[in-house]
Design a protein around this ligand. Structure first.
Ligand code: 5RP
Length: 262
């Protein structure tokens, strides 16, 4: 692996082998999102706890201070919306020149395995890998399910993650699942990061799935709504950082959260 690629990956996945990415890219298909109306304000108190920001070029340019010290993972797939027919019909939105110009540390692209657009989205991933590898820029594949949240089970997720890695993704972001999540991770030859999904009912639920996923081999998290839509986002971020980077268990995370939320 070339130095540039290793350098960028080391900015994302920390020296302890773990990572906490903060996604704020939701608007690219769902428009204004609760608690993300003013992205700069939302992320400001959370940045100290996360390792990278997952964001589109539009929000990056218009809302994020160029002096930011955190690495940027640029969301470069899109072209669909909640109002449209099929969320899976994504294309690549951002040129390689723009990716380089914006000084992205990595890029993120969604794939939709089993959908009508499976082939197109897999070829999006492949094309992006072809372009980005030449510049030492890692591609993170997002195994997306669109509206079909029931797809979040081990066999489907393992299939999606493995295919993403086979096509050249350097990191794969996927959902945690209750049963056999270790099979998802074990079947994927590149690091697996857990996505969050819609907000959980309680903070403990978030801590439980994050802790379980890390024990089963995920290298970290890419959690958005469960952080910045929480009633105490900073406490949430701090507690998650402790699970990801400090080996905290669920009880310790609850304690940290309660202490910070006071
Ligand atoms: C959407 C994405 C987002 O980055 C991510 O899933 C959103 O995070 P969360 O679900 O935790 O709010 O990739 O496909």
């Amino acid at each position: 692996m070339d130095w540039g690629m290793r350098n960028r990956l080391s900015k994302l996945i920390q020296s302890d082998g773990h990572c906490f990415f903060l996604p704020i890219d939701h608007g690219y298909f769902q428009g204004p999102t609760h608690c993300l109306e003013k992205p700069a304000k939302t992320i400001e108190p959370l940045l100290p706890y996360c390792d990278a920001l997952f964001v589109t070029r539009g929000v990056l340019r218009s809302c994020i201070n160029a002096g930011i010290s955190k690495p940027i993972i640029l969301r470069v797939s899109g072209g669909t919306s909640m109002a449209g027919k099929d969320l899976a019909n994504e294309g690549i939105t951002t040129s390689i020149e723009e990716i380089i110009r914006l000084n992205a540390t990595a890029v993120g692209v969604s794939i939709f395995i089993g959908s009508e657009y499976e082939r197109d989205t897999l070829l999006n991933l492949s094309r992006l890998v072809n372009e980005c590898e030449g510049y030492g820029i890692p591609v993170m594949a997002v195994t997306a399910v669109g509206r079909e949240m029931e797809k979040r089970e081990a066999r489907y997720l393992a299939l999606s993650c493995r295919i993403a890695a086979e096509l050249g993704a350097r990191v794969v972001k996927t959902y945690w699942c209750e049963k056999d999540f270790e099979k998802v991770v074990d079947g994927c030859p590149v690091p697996v990061v857990m996505a969050g999904g819609p907000k959980c009912r309680t903070e403990r639920e978030v801590f439980e799935f994050v802790y379980d996923g890390i024990q089963k081999g995920a290298v970290g998290i890419n959690l958005g709504r469960n952080v910045w839509q929480d009633s105490h986002p900073v406490a949430m971020a701090r507690a998650l950082q402790a699970i990801v980077h400090e080996n905290a268990n669920v009880e310790a995370a609850v304690e940290i959260y309660s202490g910070e939320a006071r």
